[in-house]
Design a protein around this ligand. Structure first.
Ligand code: SF4
Length: 410
């Protein structure tokens, strides 16, 4: 069932009008009558959740955010515990002193709402974050208290906890015991850029050191089964993609993060950056593509140089294609001969496809590209300019490069 509630965008806090809220099999009438009978859910709580929900900038369903994990949609209750903040991040709607409707939840209330939604199967997970309401340790502890209440009441679903920069080691340890995924936002890889846009936070001490603690606690207790994560806000200052990718590499390799998110900057009225242009939408997309090359393909930041322009920003082309075009001597790759590592160099072939190709050719060699599709069960249409079967023909790289120039294949 669906219902309509007024929602506010997390980023710009504009009233977006009415949006659809999904309630699984529960009708809105049922939900309201249950609320009246049991006082578990009230309209006031829903309104507060809609004000606090981080999902609003990505999804029309508030407060339920539909996250995608391993190709499956997972409904999450994704919310701030409080939007009152003492910090002055230049890009943020909730920065101290900005006039904006604010809300906060008591941990008990939040646990009530989350348990009700989870027991009914409306959500499968909870993602809690917060503004710095008072001080970082206090704000983190309120969030952890809500998480503790949930676990104590029998909640066994997915729990994602975003910690505050500057919180204590004890808070990190407790979060690792409670959360399936934990993390802090790095926001910017460059110290001087960070000081400009996030003056209250020391990136190295308040964030990177805490992320290292997260990593140590997770490893020590074999905890945090869904791993650590972080986020960069992209384009709020003059950091380059080269700097972001170097930092991302360190986060994956040294701290063992499972996921790095990139959130493109959008200007918000009433903030110091209200006149700064927004991050181009392709930039986020190319950063994700490049970061997967660092995480899953064994590439290092230096391998990504051909994908960057002279100023250190990713060009609007799939980074793997940019790398392939800069090394024509490596192609075409013979699908009957190539090793796993060589297959991974082919645009359009990832670890899953490479494994399927290796398994399928064990019995007998491929005879044609359509034979690959039939027997390995993978489409290699996008890869055709970069592969061959024996001496078989392939699309010429020269012709392919012309298509890329004409933006037909990026
Ligand atoms: S700490 Fe910064 S980014 Fe977070 S809510 Fe406060 S002002 Fe916004």
């Amino acid at each position: 069932m669906e219902a309509f509630l007024p929602i506010f965008c997390y980023t710009c806090n504009k009233n977006l009008g009415c949006a659809v809220i999904t309630f699984g099999d529960l009708s809105w009438q049922q939900l309201k009558s249950e609320a009246l009978e049991s006082s578990v859910v009230t309209m006031g709580k829903w309104t507060r959740l809609s004000l606090l929900s981080l999902g609003a900038s990505y999804d029309r369903c508030v407060p339920i955010y539909h996250s995608v994990a391993r190709g499956r949609t997972v409904p999450l209750l994704k919310t701030l515990v409080s939007s009152y903040c003492v910090n002055s991040c230049a890009y943020c709607a909730f920065r101290c002193g900005r006039r904006v409707p604010r809300e906060r939840f008591e941990p008990e209330e939040l646990a009530d709402v989350a348990m009700m939604l989870w027991r009914r199967g409306i959500i499968e997970g909870v993602f809690l974050s917060s503004s710095v309401d008072g001080d970082p340790e206090g704000a983190t502890m309120v969030e952890l208290h809500a998480a503790e209440l949930l676990r104590r009441r029998g909640y066994t679903g997915y729990l994602h906890l975003r910690l505050m920069p500057g919180c204590s080691r004890e808070a990190v340890r407790r979060a690792a015991e409670l959360g399936d995924r934990i993390g802090l936002n790095v926001e910017n890889p460059n110290d001087s850029c960070l000081a400009e846009i996030r003056p209250d936070v020391d990136g190295r001490i308040d964030v990177w050191r805490r992320l290292r603690w997260c990593s140590e606690e997770a490893e020590r207790g074999n905890l945090v089964r869904a791993g650590l994560d972080t986020q960069f806000v992209v384009g709020a200052s003059d950091e380059t993609d080269r700097q972001i990718l170097e930092a991302t590499y360190g986060l994956y390799r040294e701290l063992g993060l499972r996921r790095v998110y990139f959130s493109g900057f959008r200007p918000i009225s009433g903030t110091p950056l209200e006149d700064r242009p927004p991050c181009p939408s392709y930039r986020e997309h190319r950063l994700y593509q490049a970061s997967f090359l660092l995480r899953d393909y064994g590439f290092g930041p230096e391998d990504l140089e051909p994908a960057l322009d002279d100023d250190g920003y990713l060009r609007d082309i799939d980074p793997k294609i940019a790398l392939a075009l800069s090394h024509p001597e490596l192609y075409p790759v013979d699908l009957n001969e190539a090793t796993f590592e060589e297959l991974l160099l082919v645009p359009g072939i990832g670890p899953k496809k490479a494994r399927a190709i290796l398994t399928a050719r064990e019995r007998r060699p491929f005879e044609s590209l359509s034979d690959v599709r039939r027997r390995a069960g993978v489409s290699i249409r996008r890869s055709s300019p970069f592969v061959k079967i024996g001496d078989g023909q392939q699309e010429s790289l020269h012709k392919f490069e012309r298509k890329v120039e004409m933006s037909q294949w990026t």
